[in-house]
Ligand binder design. Structure first.
Ligand code: COA
Length: 212
């Protein structure tokens, strides 16, 4: 689609007249959720897709630029994981009337921040478990349950999500990770689109190398 108006990372609805796809960044209120420009979700809002995310735990969800998040995706944060090193997993301390202080942090199975790179495509209804790191350019299959880290430019799918394949050879992956097209200006990205969407990967390799 050709347009005279430049893409604006601060608009919420990038498709005029359609409210079920939003740029996420301008909608985020939680300081522990950090989302890069032009990442979108196929929904009218984002933060209900981030669950069990409690300020007292302090874990962060960090998502890069230009990610494509399908409908029904859920980022499960560390507050979801009950204590597992005792005989009962029942969270008495959260419920009124039970004599239990909150557990020490060391007794909880905290996995750290969830970090998603740039230009990551997350398929419909995928679940991203706490502490997972997903590299730039990865693809997460529909309905996957992602419990371990995903290498850059790798396609994973299933429950548990396992690599199906690398998207490109190591040389092109390392070129893309050095080039970082997502960090360029909107004007430059606009001029790069014929390269970014070209299926002739030898030509892409040449063009990107020439521009580094
Ligand atoms: C992950 C995906 C991109 C893989 O596409 P692909 O590279 O063309 O892979 P294939 O269709 O050749 O499948 C390869 C294998 O993975 C399996 N597979 C593919 N997607 C899968 C998924 N989501 N979950 C489990 N297994 C999956 C296939 O059954 C096949 O298994 P086999 O080798 O045993 O026959 C695609 O299947 C997918 O899930 N797309 C997401 C679509 C979506 O949710 N879009 C949201 C709107 S944007």
């Amino acid at each position: 689609m050709q347009s005279k108006k430049l893409p604006d990372p601060n608009v919420i609805h990038p498709i005029p007249g359609y409210d079920k796809e939003i740029y996420v960044k301008p909608t985020v209120k939680n300081p522990n959720v950090v989302v890069g420009e032009f990442t979108y979700i196929a929904d009218a809002e984002f933060e209900s897709h981030v669950t069990h995310h409690y300020a007292w735990i302090g874990d962060k969800l960090v998502i890069g630029k230009f990610c494509q998040i399908a409908a029904g995706v859920e980022f499960v944060m560390n507050g979801a994981n009950h204590q597992m090193n005792a005989v009962s997993t029942y969270p008495f301390y959260t419920l009124e009337g039970w004599n239990m202080q909150p557990p020490e942090r060391r007794d909880l199975p905290l996995k750290g921040d969830t970090v998603v790179g740039n230009d990551v495509w997350i398929g419909q209804n995928a679940v991203i478990l706490p502490g997972v790191r997903i590299g730039d350019g990865a693809i997460i299959g529909a309905c996957s349950v992602v419990g371990s880290d995903v290498e850059p430019y790798t396609v994973v799918a299933g429950n548990p999500a396992r690599p199906l394949r690398k998207r490109f050879d190591d040389g092109l992956i390392s070129l893309l990770l050095r080039f970082r097209w997502w960090d360029r200006s909107v004007e430059e990205i606009n001029s790069l689109i014929p390269i970014l969407t070209c299926g002739d990967l030898e030509k892409v390799r040449e063009e990107l190398t020439a521009r580094l």
